[in-house]
Structure formats: structure tokens, C-alpha cells
Design a protein around this ligand. Structure first.
Ligand code: GLU
Length: 305
């Protein structure tokens, strides 16, 4: 398959759609990212990487970070303990819904809604000396890039505007589903969301999930194949907000999106693929990014289905 030509075709065809979405300006620092950015990368498992546009430029990965903290939490406490505190069903609600958390008695629907990710941050805090550093080191390892950093301005900006997340964390605490101080949990969460990475970094890091839990560069087993299967299933059913059905229908890949406009997806056993464009659609997924992934799977005839 000539991936570079496919990416270049998409890059040309996507241009009229790139500025159509809306930036996630509820985090003030994100509002400053130019709407016209677009990048896309494909990394073939144990093969080459192909990319177009702004694929080497770092951006705020936001909720994509929840994939990494899910892996870490699973490694730290195991599946049985994790599932006592977080569910595994699509939410059918906004990612930052307070109502759902209340009527489900403080057990977040899944690890990718904000409440679920706050519990993951709490688990990492309870089981490591420095949770934020642990997350950063892990992401650098998975991405094979020691230069990945947290954009502290974005973290600070989210903290200033993070009233809903603070409310969710307090709710969780009141139900006994946070072990650590609310402030500490929020701090870890805001820092992981502010990780700055490129499409190429994301492709490298997601290739471990595409490779059944084994880091392709060294052969190190990060997750068991069974754990990788479960995480990948969660991404397919819960990874792209309340539009997860539409995403599966159109794109046909497991993946995780973030309000920074990034989407990281993969075909198990084959490749990882990422797209970035900061303009979001109504469900909070990158508008051009979703479209670009849909065109990729349509043009190549490759998806998980
Ligand atoms: N940091 C963002 C928030 O908590 C993450 C949202 C997202 O990317 O889904 O609102």
C-alpha cells in the first residue's frame, strides 16, 4: 500500500474542511492555537512512518492522555481492582457530565470520561512517588522521545477554568472513590492533559496497543495481550466521546480523541494512525481529523471490520 500517496491525497482534499470546526476555547490556552493546522501520520508496525502537514508539530493531547493513564493504572492495581472503581460502558453523555456520576453513585461509566480519568490519576498518585513524573516518563518511553514535555501554561490555564473537573473530583471524593486530596488529583490530571506531542509521537506510542501490548522497538511486553485487548475494546466503545457510535460507523477503528483536536487510532497487528486539526465538531472530536481518518479507511479498505 502506498500510504504516502494516500496521505497526500487526503491532505489536499481536507483543506476546505480544516477551518470548519470550533476550537475548545473553554480552556483559554487552547483558544490560541491556529484553526488552520492539520497533520496526519501513519506508522506501520515494525515498518516506516509516513506523514503530511503539521504532523511533526506538538499540540495539547488532552484526553488522549487517558489512554496512557489507563495502561499505568492497570499495571499498578490490576483489572479486578480497577473495575471496582470504574465501569466499562459507553457513557451516552457528555465527557464531563456531573449528572451521570451522581445517579451512578460515584462510579464513573468508563475510564475515558473525565470522572474515570480522575480516578485513574488517583490510583497513580496512591501507588507512585511522583505521579506526574511517572506519567511523563511512561509517555516518553512509549513514544521513544525524551523531549516530550508538559505545557505548563496549558495546565495552568485549565486549572484556572477547571470548575467542572473540580466539581467531578469533589463528587468522587464524597462517594469515597478518591483516596487522595482533590487538589492533588486535579493537578495530576491537568498536567497529563497538557502533555504536548506530535502526530508522529502519538503514532509511535499507540503502536504498542496495535502490537497487542508489546513495545515494537524493544520487544518489551508493556501489557499482556489480554490487557491490550481490553483497552482496545474500551477505545472502540468509549474513546471518542458521545459520538463513539458515529466514529465506529464512519472510521471503523479503535482510538482516543482529545479536545486539542488530536485523534490517535490503530489497526491491531497492522498500523497506528493519527490526525490533528484543532477545530472540533459538535461532539468534541476533531472535525477534519475524523473526516481524514474516515477517508483513510475508505480509500485503503482497511479497518477492523
Ligand atoms: N482537559 C480536558 C477537560 O478536562 C480534557 C477534555 C478532553 O480532551 O476530552 O475538559
Amino acid at each position: 500500500m502506498d500510504y504516502q500517496t494516500v496521505l497526500e491525497e487526503i491532505f489536499e482534499e481536507i483543506k476546505p474542511f480544516v477551518s470548519k470546526g470550533k476550537i475548545a476555547d473553554y480552556i483559554p490556552a487552547l483558544a490560541q492555537v491556529p484553526l488552520e493546522k492539520f497533520g496526519m501520520a501513519v506508522q506501520v508496525l515494525k515498518g516506516n512512518t509516513f506523514f503530511v502537514g503539521d504532523a511533526l508539530e506538538s499540540f495539547s493531547i488532552q484526553s488522549i492522555s487517558k489512554a496512557y493513564t489507563l495502561i499505568l493504572a492497570l499495571q499498578l492495581i490490576g483489572e479486578g481492582n480497577l473495575l471496582k472503581r470504574i465501569g466499562r460502558e459507553p457513557s451516552g453523555n457528555a465527557f464531563n457530565s456531573l449528572v451521570q456520576l451522581e445517579y451512578e453513585n460515584g462510579i464513573p461509566r468508563n475510564p475515558f470520561v473525565n470522572a474515570g480519568a480522575l480516578v485513574l490519576a488517583d490510583i497513580i498518585l496512591s501507588h507512585t512517588k511522583d505521579a506526574s513524573q511517572t506519567i511523563l516518563d511512561f509517555v516518553r518511553e512509549l513514544s521513544d522521545n525524551q523531549n516530550i514535555h508538559v505545557d505548563v501554561k496549558v495546565a495552568e490555564s485549565e486549572k484556572q477554568a477547571g470548575f467542572r473537573n473540580a466539581a467531578l473530583a469533589n463528587f468522587l471524593k464524597s462517594y469515597g472513590n478518591l483516596e487522595n486530596d482533590v487538589e492533588k488529583v486535579l493537578d495530576v490530571y491537568f498536567h497529563q492533559c497538557a502533555l504536548s506531542m506530535s502526530c508522529v509521537d502519538l503514532c509511535q506510542s499507540f503502536s504498542t496497543l496495535a502490537n497487542h501490548g508489546q513495545f515494537p522497538l524493544s520487544g518489551k511486553q508493556i501489557l499482556t495481550p489480554s490487557q491490550a485487548k481490553r483497552i482496545n475494546a474500551l477505545m472502540l466503545t468509549c474513546g471518542t466521546y458521545d459520538a463513539v457510535g458515529d466514529f465506529a460507523y464512519r472510521v471503523g477503528l479503535p482510538g482516543k480523541s482529545g479536545v486539542g483536536g488530536g485523534i490517535a487510532a490503530f489497526i491491531p497487528g497492522r498500523l497506528s494512525i493519527t490526525a490533528w486539526s484543532p477545530g472540533l465538531n459538535k461532539s468534541g472530536n476533531s472535525l477534519a481529523g475524523t473526516l481524514a481518518l474516515e477517508w483513510f479507511t475508505t480509500k485503503t479498505g482497511m479497518s477492523i471490520f
